[in-house]
Design a protein around this ligand. Structure first.
Ligand code: NI
Length: 221
């Protein structure tokens, strides 16, 4: 059974801070995520968080209204409201690098556009002068698609090839002009063949937009 999702409202998103209010119905979860910044949580209610972590047993943490706690960048978990009442908290992230923050937002939008099968939204994330290097192809770089028209056609072809496709378990990182998105692709192609592999994209940015998407994925045997 799929759990309900926690909902979020962004209150502040500037060059120094991102402040997000999270609200959870009983049993709702955030989904797996990695924190890209140091952060402070300020509980708006009492409650109990259930925390799943990649290596280690799940555990519970009590929230007390108005009593904050801090964590460092890199925390990786899925957070669930383990209580029977709704709970809420403010997440206050310190945003050290505004450019990296905006570029990371581009990667999050880009991933959402893949899952929405929205080619216009994908291209809105791409720079005017852009390219895509596919994970498969005859060249050292895979198959290369150069320029907006070629990139758009290759993205549309991906949706034609995979009537069902989901990019899950995504994590996004930015360092300088380079971005990295990790993902697990689960899809079914036109012939009914199922694909389920981990992969990643290495990106080059031009401003806040993607100049190059360079894709890699596992070759299952
Ligand atoms: Ni978290």
């Amino acid at each position: 059974m799929t759990k309900a999702q926690a909902t979020s409202v962004t209150h502040i998103d500037d060059d120094r801070f991102k402040v997000t209010e999270w609200r959870f119905a009983a049993g709702a979860e955030t989904g797996w995520h990695v924190h890209g910044h140091d952060y402070v949580i300020v509980p708006l209610t009492d409650g109990t968080l259930g925390l799943d972590v990649p290596d280690g047993a799940p555990f519970a943490a009590a929230l007390t209204q108005g009593i904050p706690y801090s964590r460092r960048e890199g925390v990786h978990h899925n957070v669930t409201n383990a209580g029977t009442a709704p709970l809420a908290f403010l997440e206050i992230e310190t945003v050290a690098d505004a450019t990296a923050h905006r570029r990371r937002d581009t990667l999050v939008r880009f991933m959402a556009a893949w899952n929405a099968r929205d080619v216009d939204a994908l291209m809105a994330c791409m720079a005017d002068d852009c390219a895509f290097h596919a994970s498969v192809g005859p060249e050292v770089q895979g198959r290369r698609f150069i320029g907006r028209d070629a990139v758009r056609a290759s993205y549309a072809a991906m949706f034609d090839t995979f009537p069902e496709a989901a990019w899950t378990a995504d994590n996004h990182h930015v360092a300088g002009d380079t971005g990295l998105s990790e993902w697990r692709f689960i899809g079914t192609d036109k012939t009914g063949k199922q694909v389920d592999v981990q992969g990643c994209d290495i990106f080059r940015f031009s401003g806040d937009l993607i100049a190059l998407k360079d894709s890699y994925r596992k070759n299952r045997s």
